[in-house]
Design a protein around this ligand. Sequence first.
Ligand code: ADP
Ligand code: MG
Length: 587
Amino acid sequence: MEKRPFTELGLAPELLKAVDKMGFEEASPIQTAVIPVALTGRDVVGQSATGSGKTAAFAVPAITRVDSHLKAVQVLVLCPTRELAVQVAEEVGKLSLFKRGVHAVPIYGGQSYERQFRALAAGVQIVIGTPGRVMDHMERGTLKLDALKLVILDEADRMLDMGFRDDIEHILSRSPATRQSLFFSATMPRAIQELISRYSKDPAWIKIEAHAKNAPQVDQVYFEVDRRTKIDVLTRLIDLYDFRYGIIFCSTKIMVDELDEHLHARGYATDRLHGDISQAQRDRVMDKFRRRGFEFLVATDVAARGLDLDDLEVVFNFDLPNDAEDYTHRIGRTGRAGKTGKAFTFVSGRDLWKLQSMVRFAKLKIRRENVPSLDQVEEARANLFFEKLRTTLDQATYRKQDRLIDRLLEQGYASTDICSALIHLLQGGETAADPAPTPAAKPERKALPPAEADAEARPIPAVAPVGGADEPAPRAPRALEAPKARPAPREAYAPASRTGKDPGFTTVFLNVGRKNLVTPADVVGKIAGVTRLPAQIVGAIDIRQRHTLVDVVDEHAAFVLEKLKGIRVKGQALVPALATEKDAATE
Ligand code: ADP
Ligand code: MG
């Protein structure tokens, strides 16, 4: 399926600008194929799946053809429903934003004629309507088609199914013979082929195959999961495979919100997309996700539709999609560029039926697996940690701690015990002497409940206040992580003896210190909580008597400073600042 940049399709500058403003990065295959041909004035029959971008494929040529000085109907789009007419009118509105003097109006049954008369009388050039209402207006003489240059049938198959055949024929037979015609349909039953052969002139047939041919290499697995344990199974799988970049699909906005909050509370770097989120915010989220500013995007189909994302490690179908097409759409986002991606689907209760029918219908290659046990997860994590430790030893990239170790040895501790204690601390374990253990000190990632049985007793935890000022989201660094291309978690919890600024990190001054009984966990928890960034962006933490010096990855420093302003830590309102030499010199 070929895609090209819009700049190669012969678009006028004002349309290029609009497409860019809409956030379309490149033309979809149907757009790539249809637009250049339609711009030559030739009739086109376009066939492609739902969601493939047919609207812009016809709206771009339509707007191009409109003479903005001529106040007469030049383009007529027929749609099966009022919803669709409104939707198409909106897209036409956006695409014509920079072409002055072009006006489009949707007309459909149920809306007052009065309103529609006025719009038509005002000289709109593009009319988008349902066949019945369009015919009404033609008969009343309020819609004249003499200046019509282009007729478009959107969702022709649906219009025929809905019994609009006569109306459509009526309209087409009364349009100027010199007009251009574009037909769009997801399917091409015989009735439509007949309609096309009667009302078009030598059309170009453009068919974009569904994903089957270029089906990405995706390892597809489903798990039968009790509804109440879905989140636990999800985190278990993430931990087992150590996924760092993926999408989690849910079927509702509410579920997206909930899951995003639960995952965040459990220490995963997540963000969300759904229909109620403003376009500007969506753009920000997507931009951040592309830059890998967080790990998992929780989204609905609608919000994720049309997003061009490559290189996902995994797609989770937390909720089963509605049909095979959505399924293929979702999983097509992983396993690009020749790599094998993973698609994990959760089914609970009657979902199994639905999945089976999808499998039959679309010939999905999906296999069943058992939910991994806690032991398996622990073992995988232990292996990762072992590898990481060994790599560190082999590369000798650590600071020597001979003095500290000698002191312990002198006091009679065995070297194996010293190591075990260190690992315990590293994994987020607490010392008995911790004055005020905070929730942030516990790495939630480790605290998976034992299998399904437990989930009854411990259903979904209350949503942790995310970014709240009083209680930090319990986000602790993933102590057991594998070495990967991201800022390695440094000794955030080690008693810092700072020797100066580390490259890549900016030191931030906080006006709380030992006097306020602040712990490193408070600091990490607060930063992760209010910024929603992974705790790994925090480097060394040096707690002094009256202040604290925190290293933060350079690129996030300004954001952290802004977010921490006024946040209370141990009852003290923060006044964060960039640390100065003097701060570093003061004990
Ligand atoms: P269809 O009519 O084929 O079902 P639509 O035209 O409704 O598909 O487009 C589906 C979604 O994809 C819409 O949200 C639309 O804004 C978006 N979209 C269309 N073209 C592109 C593109 N080139 N890049 C990104 N998103 C696009
Ligand atoms: Mg459409």
